[in-house]
Design a protein around this ligand. Structure first.
Ligand code: HEC
Length: 127
């Protein structure tokens, strides 16, 4: 590992930019393969009837509900919002609370749900 003073200002700037990207990704997605896998399993067991197997909001029960279940491919609630919704549900909608879930399970679900988001499909600026 070279000392910092051996790097050009451009190299330092590049490294800084790269580190910033990593930090943003980690903050946004709380990425950990283990928790995403756990979230995927919880999602399959508790959420797909409404939100769909792939999270597109088209589960077998979805047509029964207005407002319709969220489509996580195109909507990405932040992790705090997902945590709150899992504790409280969304009153006045079909979205139920899951009071028996632990904080770790809610965090795993939040990571998984957020990982489904596909912004490049919504706005593809690089054809
Ligand atoms: C009985 C159907 C049903 C089930 C089961 C269900 N949802 Fe929902 N969910 C909904 C509906 C309907 C909405 C839309 C509510 C709204 O428009 O605010 C919703 C919305 C949400 C939202 C966004 C809420 C907001 O306003 O930001 C999240 C996050 C969510 N669901 C996560 C989950 C997760 C995770 C599970 C499984 C643990 C789950 N849901 C299970 C029906 C369901």
């Amino acid at each position: 590992m070279p000392a910092w003073r051996d790097l050009s200002p451009q190299q330092v700037a590049d490294i800084y930019a790269w580190l910033t990207t990593l930090r943003t990704k980690a903050d946004n997605k709380a990425l950990s393969t283990a928790s995403i896998a756990q979230g995927a399993e919880l999602f399959a067991n508790n959420c797909t009837s409404c939100h769909g197997v792939n999270g597109d909001g088209q589960g077998p029960a979805a047509a029964l509900y207005k407002p319709a279940p969220f489509d996580f491919l195109h909507q990405q609630p932040d992790a705090q919002e997902i945590d709150r919704v899992l504790r409280q549900g969304v009153p006045g909608t079909a979205m139920p609370p899951f009071p028996t879930m632990s904080a770790a399970q809610r965090a795993a679900l939040a990571s998984y749900v957020r990982s489904l988001h596909q912004p490049e499909k919504a706005a593809n600026t690089h054809p």
